[in-house]
Write a protein that binds this ligand. Structure first.
Ligand code: PHE
Length: 445
């Protein structure tokens, strides 16, 4: 058996993990969920969720992965060899594949928009409004599937190239570019006349939203999705990490970087939305329908649009890579096959699983799951159920089953007040908070 690969440097590892966290969730999902939930108040609760639930779970997943130096199934089995929870590793493998199945569809939309704006930049602006074009595009029987396939092919190509040459290199190039692009977009957006209302919407809490129970749910679900916790991604990435790296600072850097990115993306989006007199509470179409309206009416809009969708597509790519690595690492070990073959097999399966999501607004629009299109329903299932369940499993596994000494040592926290607080949070706070979300979302509480 060949030696498992490891990240080249600590920075390379942190960039890859940040790349996993920063994605469609920070821009597409964050902006529409914040838009629907009152802006500033949502932002506060979301940040609290990142600190209270997010950072402890992040650290738990990284510690588990690095200690076991394996894929998520192996990690679960080793940490709790006698508890039934050990079988949940395989649920994470299917869960991350399920997320990627529809994530690739939305990412495919961003590639298509990128092409559109690139063409507009060359001097051929489209005749119809963005809303009309979007409706027609997602209803088409072939187009969304073709873009979904292209996006998955790009993702698979990086994963085939391996940890260092593929994943680490891609993130080293893409992440700095993402940072520069989002800052430039935000800087431009807040200098638009009339943008002040948008800045206030995002940063000044509207206290009436605090009374809304839905807002807490939305903020917690968003924290999970955006950090990418609960699906073994960080466990898998931690499995390629050498022992000499310190974990707690990495967990803070990742959570902080991810939240900062979402905030900056919000500053790119809301000021522009308000400056052009549009509504922020538009649901999932915000990035695809409302923003193009903004781009259409602003000077230099085609360039802004191209930069924005390039940002979205590349951010999605680094997250999709991490989602694909979870099943690939498992299949490579379990079936003893080469990385290339494993990646192709898994990618084809995920492509097929994503077809109902890709076609759900067109040929399959008759198929409604709980009154929603397939993609919306799967996204809902993931954020309301699959991710929280994964979070509880990790908290119980690391907090209760792994053994106190091993957990504290593997997390690099050692002994002391912070170590105690971390363990207490994993044991009691995280499960309690998540349980409340679950009960609330199912209407029991
Ligand atoms: N965090 C990614 C995003 O915000 C999505 C993701 C979810 C990645 C779950 C890994 C695991 O887009």
């Amino acid at each position: 058996m060949t030696q498992r690969e490891q990240w080249t440097t600590r920075a390379g590892f942190i960039l890859a993990t940040l790349g996993s966290a920063i994605g469609l969730g920070n821009v597409w999902r964050f902006s529409y969920v914040a838009g629907e939930n009152g802006g500033g108040a949502f932002l506060l609760v979301y940040l609290a969720a990142v600190v209270v639930v997010g950072v402890p779970l992040l650290l738990a997943e990284l510690a588990l992965g690095r200690h076991t130096q394996g894929d998520v199934v192996q990690a679960f089995q080793e940490a709790a060899p006698r508890s039934p929870i050990r079988f949940l590793g395989i649920v994470a493998v299917f869960g991350s594949s399920l997320i990627l199945s529809y994530y690739a569809v939305v990412a495919g939309w961003t590639l298509r928009y990128l092409l559109d704006y690139a063409i507009a930049l060359l001097g051929a602006p489209p005749a119809e409004s963005a809303a009309v074009r979007f409706e027609r595009f997602i209803a088409h029987p072939v187009e969304p599937v073709a873009w979904q396939l292209l996006f998955l092919a790009l993702t698979a190509a990086v994963v085939i190239a391996g940890i260092r040459r593929g994943i680490e290199s891609a993130n080293r190039i893409i992440l700095p570019l993402l940072g520069v692009t989002v800052l430039a977009l935000a800087a431009y957006s807040i200098t638009l006349p009339g943008s002040g209302a948008g800045v206030r919407f995002l940063l000044a809490p509207d206290w009436s939203a605090v009374a809304e129970p839905r807002m807490y749910l939305a903020a917690l679900g968003q924290a999970f999705f955006s950090l990418g916790i609960g699906m073994g991604v960080l466990t898998t990435y931690g499995g390629y990490l050498g022992r000499r790296h310190r974990l707690p600072m990495a967990a803070f850097a990742i959570a902080g970087g991810d939240a900062l990115f979402a905030l900056t993306a919000g500053l790119a989006i809301f000021p522009a939305v308000f400056a052009f007199g549009l509504e922020p509470a538009q649901g999932p179409v915000l990035a695809f329908v409302v923003l193009p309206q903004v781009f259409a009416s602003m000077p230099g809009g085609a360039l802004f649009g191209a930069a924005f969708f390039l940002l979205l597509a590349t951010a999605a790519l680094t997250s999709a890579i991490s989602l694909l690595e979870v099943p690939v690492a498992y299949v490579v070990r379990r079936c003893g096959i080469a990385r290339r073959r494993a990646t192709l097999l898994v990618a084809v399966a995920i492509f097929l699983a994503g077809l109902p999501s890709a076609l759900g607004y067109g040929p399959l629009s008759q198929v409604q799951v709980f009154g929603r299109a397939v993609l919306d329903a799967v996204d809902q299932l993931v954020s309301d159920f699959v991710l929280p369940l994964g979070g509880i499993a990790i908290a119980i596994l690391v907090g209760w089953l792994w053994g106190k000494q091993t957990a504290l040592q593997s997390s690099d926290l050692g002994i002391g007040a912070i170590a105690g607080a971390w363990l207490f949070t994993l044991r009691f706070v995280v499960p309690a908070v998540i349980l409340i979300i679950l009960l609330r979302s199912s209407g029991i509480l």
